[in-house]
Design a protein around this ligand. Sequence first.
Ligand SMILES: Cc1cc2nc3c(=O)[nH]c(=O)nc-3n(C[C@H](O)[C@H](O)[C@H](O)COP(=O)(O)OP(=O)(O)OC[C@H]3O[C@@H](n4cnc5c(N)ncnc54)[C@H](O)[C@@H]3O)c2cc1C
Length: 363
Amino acid sequence: MTQSDICIAGAGIIGLSLALELRARGLSVIVLDSGAPMQEASTAAAGMLAADDPHNPPELFALSHLSRSLYPSFLDRVRDLGGIAVPFQTHRTLQALAGNRASTLPQELQTELLVKDSDAVVDPGSGFTFLREHSIDPRQLAPALIEAIASTSIRTLYNSPVITTGYGAGRVTVRTSATTIQADHFVDCTGAWAGSSETDTAFLAIPIKGQMLALTLPADLQLKTTLRAADIYIVPRTLGPGKGRAIVGATVEDAGFDKTVEPAAIESLRQRAISLVPGLAHATIADTWAGLRPGTPDRLPIIGPHPTRSHHWFATGHYRNGILLAPATARVMADLILGQSPTASLESFSPSRYTLSLAIGVQ
Ligand SMILES: Cc1cc2nc3c(=O)[nH]c(=O)nc-3n(C[C@H](O)[C@H](O)[C@H](O)COP(=O)(O)OP(=O)(O)OC[C@H]3O[C@@H](n4cnc5c(N)ncnc54)[C@H](O)[C@@H]3O)c2cc1C
């Protein structure tokens, strides 16, 4: 029987960020994953830190802005521990204003952004605006985060799905096929899988499939700004192994746990990207993939205590913003577990808004 202060299920960005935060606050932590770390939504993501996306639910504003402010120190911590720096890839986003369904970027913006990449001021009449917004490459973050975890005393058990959890004598018992762990607290960070093996009808997370592609940009297309319009975004990679590519996404599909990449969906995304930026017609497809966003019925995260089980917590349901929200989620979850007032209001994210039993596994 392994003992730990904290047992976290799920080694995506949410689980690993929380593990680092709790370890920094002096707690012993063990992280379990049914597969390898950072192999699911957290590496499928485009990596936009879109705190000011006008399409975000208003309830996300405070947590998003807290997370954005924590990002530099989060990346510093990851680098200081594991030795791998994760740079911001982009520093601004050209955002289509709400209601702007334009499928083509106005010519003057194409010239400014794609050729000169200057700090152009956008005419509000164009239906676009600039946001001061960063992006990261999740495929750079993944090895950096894994190295950071490995450099600490955090224990990891991969290829070990949590099968059951139970509570007794003031401790949570967590069973995998190979081992049993006793911990003071259990945190469900299993993303799209949270609650999926319940026997009752409570279905905590809803997998929302997103298909994406990476384009290798032609040499004459100097794209350094993220573009986000209705139903399409283009996120350039400017540093590291992905340099010279742009990520184009993404479909939003209710398709269960299916992660099949469909050529027709990829071509539709590519055509929409070309329509927005005609110069992309000369870009070649470098990669395609699909990932599962952890959705919830109200599209808000689930952060807080299990409604009926003691010492059992949730940090999941981050849907389209889990990369952005990871540092703040780690901060507020650690506050909650340690009995401190969380830095941001979590009222809208309470698990108790769902009534039935929500834990992963069967008791
Ligand atoms: C196409 C796409 C584009 C996106 N773009 C962005 C973006 O630009 N910006 C942004 O902020 N967010 C974006 N997101 C959303 C973001 O990727 C997610 O919100 C975030 O990665 C969720 O992290 P997570 O750790 O909760 O989940 P995951 O990364 O999916 O990790 C969950 C982990 O739990 C493990 N697990 C499952 N069941 C069990 C079990 N029983 N026991 C133990 N472990 C288990 C899984 O193996 C997995 O490793 C995007 C997502 C997709 C799919």
